[in-house]
Design a protein around this ligand. Structure first.
Ligand SMILES: [Zn+2]
Ligand SMILES: [Zn+2]
Length: 155
């Protein structure tokens, strides 16, 4: 997979400035997540970078730390496992389409302008409600083409 060097450079600098080092497992996870429009569950990340490099508990610790540092964010997917993606600090603004049936996640870059507009409200909202806004999410729930098909036509 091609590494997005500018993004990885910014992420590496950010991690260093937060007082952490870029370990092998952190690099592997970020390399995967820095691909354009990347969204992966922990299992998918493990399948891609785990196995031969890190064990599961290390992977979860890496993901927890990256979320805590706000380099990565978790995208909840209902009762399914959440997705991980680069946080809004490092990725283009976008929204998600989430299929409520199979929990498939589709990127919606078309919503970038709307997302930026919503982000602009964070400061005034923070001031008015004395609330430290850490992020926002724009998500459409619905049915993907596969799940919207009548059962007889499936398969
Ligand atoms: Zn679906
Ligand atoms: Zn996303």
């Amino acid at each position: 997979m091609k590494v997005d060097e500018p993004v990885m450079g910014r992420v590496a600098k950010f991690i260093k400035q937060s007082g952490h080092s870029m370990t092998g497992p952190r690099y592997d996870v970020l390399k995967l997540l820095s691909a354009p429009a990347a969204h992966f569950t922990a299992d998918e990340i493990y399948a891609a970078v785990g196995k031969y490099r890190v064990d599961r508990s290390t992977l979860y610790r890496v993901l927890d730390l990256l979320c805590e540092l706000r380099v990565v964010r978790k995208v909840p997917a209902g009762n399914r496992r959440p997705y991980y993606e680069l946080s809004e600090i490092f990725s283009e603004d976008h929204a998600h389409l989430i299929c409520t049936s199979c929990k498939r996640l589709i990127n919606l870059p078309e919503a970038a302008r709307l997302k930026r507009l919503i982000s602009r409200m964070e400061k005034p909202i923070g001031r008015k409600y004395n609330f430290k806004v850490l992020g926002n999410r724009l998500e459409y729930q619905g049915l993907c083409p596969d799940c919207a098909r009548p059962p007889a036509l499936k398969g």
